[in-house]
Ligand binder design. Structure first.
Ligand SMILES: Nc1ncnc2c1ncn2[C@@H]1O[C@H](COP(=O)(O)OP(=O)(O)O)[C@@H](O)[C@H]1O
Ligand SMILES: [Mg+2]
Length: 327
């Protein structure tokens, strides 16, 4: 397995108390596989990704338990020096906001080239050629003539392509894309997502795609992990989840997708708000919003049950996953 996150816990010490942002996340992604991580804002998707990349703000953040196995080695046991080598060369991250991730006072060619001069000891001239090659690869029109341009001279979509090029530069085995198209216009979103999916296949990379858009997931992901209040509440292969969700939260998310064939029909939105991470409700964290909740849901935290008979390698943290599957 390329990456295995096991029972990861992350907390933030704030003035108001301890925020339990990640409460036992377990997920994995293999070479050539795309895992979509889904969930409302504040569910711990980014914090988990930052922990994997080794870029978590510590303090205030703190990893209190768990393992992050990359090709079988626990990254949490690595020294910062070794960690830095893994980051960039073997795993890279694409962020939502390219403008604040790119350096505004360096040309994009210089920033792309730096990957090769710093990590590969290339000459400036060779690095520049590599930069143009990468810009071509992410289909920036007229790459050779734009290599000296600065980030602000590119459109949002083109900047996001440059971010993808940066991430791909050293041909990492794993890419984490954290809502990579959220800041873009809808038409551009699809183009950038298609490009990312195509490069992922071509380079046979593992891809963790963090998104709250179930619409894009169906096209590009192999597996889905759904997060709620810092836990995985359901994981399965994409088509199995779409066929029949095994967790009421996933069901709510699925029913919230606007459908062209049901125009005018009222959108099902999950009622209520995500929990305050300083005070996660006892039992199942989703119980106050769950249409299926019973007494046991208010007292007992559901384990991540193995779901059987509805597709391989499938899990749900719902006491009533069978009932959920059936209806
Ligand atoms: N730098 C920080 N300081 C304090 N709390 C944080 C910080 N970053 C994240 N958190 C907490 O972790 C929770 C989960 O954040 P995040 O992983 O970014 O959610 P999302 O699923 O939207 O990516 C936040 O709601 C917040 O309570
Ligand atoms: Mg996030």
């Amino acid at each position: 397995m390329l990456l295995e996150v096991r029972d990861l816990h992350v907390e933030f010490r704030t003035r108001d108390g301890v925020a339990n942002a990640v409460n036992g996340v377990t997920y994995s992604v293999d070479e050539g596989e795309t895992l979509a991580v889904l969930g409302e804002s504040g569910s711990g998707k980014s914090v988990t990704a930052q922990a994997v990349m080794g870029i978590l703000d510590t303090p205030p953040g703190k990893i209190t338990a768990g393992e992050i196995l990359f090709r079988g080695q626990d990254l949490l046991k690595f020294k910062e020096e070794e960690r830095r080598k893994v980051r960039g060369a073997q795993m890279a991250m694409i962020f939502q906001d390219a403008l604040s991730s790119l350096n505004p006072v360096l040309s994009v060619g210089a920033q792309l080239g730096e990957m090769f001069t710093v990590h590969r000891g290339m000459s400036r001239k060779d690095a520049k050629a590599k930069a143009v090659e990468l810009m071509d690869r992410v289909r920036i029109p007229g790459a050779a003539s734009r290599v000296g341009d600065y980030p602000h001279q590119f459109s949002g979509g083109m900047r996001q392509r440059i971010m993808i090029a940066m991430a791909l530069a050293l041909e990492p085995a794993l890419i984490i894309a954290d809502e990579p198209t959220t800041a873009l216009d809808v038409t551009v979103q699809a183009q950038v997502m298609d490009l990312l999916a195509e490069l992922q296949r071509e380079l046979d990379m593992g891809l963790i795609l963090i998104t709250h858009d179930l619409g894009v997931v169906a096209d590009v992901a192999d597996r889905i992990a759904v997060m709620y209040a810092g836990r995985i509440v359901e994981s399965a292969q994409v088509h199995d989840i779409y066929k029949a969700p095994a967790h009421p939260y996933t069901k709510g998310l699925l029913e919230s997708i606007p459908r062209l064939d049901q125009k005018g029909k009222e959108l099902y939105a999950i009622k209520g708000l995500p929990p305050n991470l300083l005070h996660i409700p006892p039992g199942c964290a989703f119980n106050p919003r769950c249409p299926m909740a019973q007494d046991v849901c208010r007292t007992d935290v559901p384990p991540l049950y193995e779901v059987t008979g509805a597709g391989p390698d499938r899990r749900s943290a719902c006491h009533f996953w069978r009932e959920c599957l059936d209806g």
